[in-house]
Design a protein around this ligand. Structure first.
Ligand code: SF4
Length: 383
């Protein structure tokens, strides 16, 4: 049982920059307007926390996200990225999230030269009306321009995020956005359904009847269309919402889905080390105050039991299209997945939602559009 307590993997690093030019009406993430804050002090605090938490061991992947990292002045973002590259060693992937419309050739050249290997662009849609509805500040042309310029300055690994089921969208408009992303030749495409997060202007508009959400059946068809079009175009469907050219799956996110450890740095960021999850203060000023005064920026800590860790690992692994690998699961958690979830697996197989054999378990194609409800059954063995 002792080997159920410690991960043999070195932690990856996630750095969270919760600043945006303007809040998008659908966004439920913690982020604030860059105009209301002092980005230089935030960067100094982030760099200090990186120095505090990253140990001398190898760091397999680095991911700088937000928020919108690229809404900060480039010299400040550069200072932070430079600090990261000085501190972390041996990373095989270094991703920075970027907003189209906030990156030009000098910025992209700078990111590439400092060692960023993967660019993740928040494109969301190629339809002007949908971008307007989402409150995005960029145009479809700026997505194209950002991808082409990134490639010209040497980025081989470029991802674009897309959102479907936007109010007012149609199967045709979604097809056109997917087609545009495929034509651009990006190496990675994430396709997420629009969700109605609590306390957002979008949700208030829906509650007040000012917008009509896309119905469930169309939402499902849009997801199915993404799977069909992207796999036909040669992308590997490797996670419920993620598709990549062979060899270009996001290694950082694969680490999350394998339930490997990671450091999280920045306001509201979570970390996961040795079965302990810590969430930092979701308040930029309080976070900076804590770091500047050598106080603990962690607001919440949750330690999981070995059994809870196994359930968590099953849920995360099943997000991957290859699902749970029995041998990997045993080495990560100490449990045999077939024994631990025998009842849940038998029920899922009977209902055509799970495919199981001696090597492991995976969601069937039929289960993918309702994946969250299937994963729930693995989340808590007592329920
Ligand atoms: S840019 Fe991204 S993080 Fe910022 S408000 Fe919009 S969706 Fe949220």
């Amino acid at each position: 049982m002792n080997d159920r307590n410690h991960s043999p993997f070195s932690p990856s690093l996630y750095v969270h920059i919760p600043l945006c030019v303007r809040k998008c009406p659908y966004c439920g993430f913690y982020s604030e307007s860059v105009a209301d804050h002092n980005p230089a002090r935030l960067v100094a605090a982030l760099a200090r926390e990186v120095r505090q938490v990253v140990s001398d061991s190898q760091t397999p992947t680095v991911y700088v996200g937000g928020g919108s990292p690229t809404c900060m002045p480039m010299d400040l973002l550069g200072r932070l990225l430079y600090e990261i590259t000085r501190r972390v060693r041996g990373f095989e992937e270094f991703t920075v999230e970027a907003n189209p419309g906030q990156v030009d050739r000098p910025i992209l050249e700078f990111l590439r030269n400092i060692g960023v290997s993967r660019l993740s662009l928040g494109g969301q849609s190629f339809q002007p009306e949908e971008l307007r509805r989402l409150g995005r500040l960029h145009t479809a042309e700026q997505i194209v321009e950002a991808v082409e310029t990134a490639r010209e300055v040497g980025f081989e690994n470029i991802g674009v995020d897309l959102i479907f089921a936007i109010p007012g969208s149609t199967m045709a408009s979604w097809r056109a956005s997917l087609q545009r992303a495929i034509e651009l030749g990006v190496t990675h495409i994430s396709a997420y359904a629009l969700t109605y997060e609590a306390n957002t202007p979008l949700t208030r508009d829906r509650e007040a009847g000012r917008i009509v959400p896309i119905d469930e059946e169309t939402d499902r068809q849009m997801y199915e269309l993404a799977i069909d079009m992207l796999t036909d175009a040669g992308y590997e469907h490797y996670e419920i919402s993620n598709f990549a050219r062979p060899g270009f799956a996001c290694r950082h996110n694969l680490g999350y889905w394998a339930n490997r450890p990671y450091y999280g740095v920045g306001p509201s960021a979570g970390s996961h080390i040795d079965r302990k999850r810590c969430t930092r203060i979701a308040d930029i000023r309080q976070y900076i105050h804590a770091i500047e005064n050598d106080l603990d920026p962690v607001a919440e800590t949750q330690e999981t039991t070995p059994l809870e860790f196994a359930c968590e690992t099953a849920v995360l692994n099943l997000r991957r299209i290859r699902g749970i690998d029995r041998a990997e699961f045993r080495s990560t958690t100490g449990y045999d997945v077939m024994d631990l979830f025998a009842g849940v697996i038998a029920d899922g197989v009977d209902r055509g939602l799970l495919d199981a054999d001696d090597t492991g378990i995976r969601l069937t194609r039929q289960a993918l559009p309702i994946a969250d409800s299937v994963l729930c059954d693995f989340a808590d063995l007592d329920s």
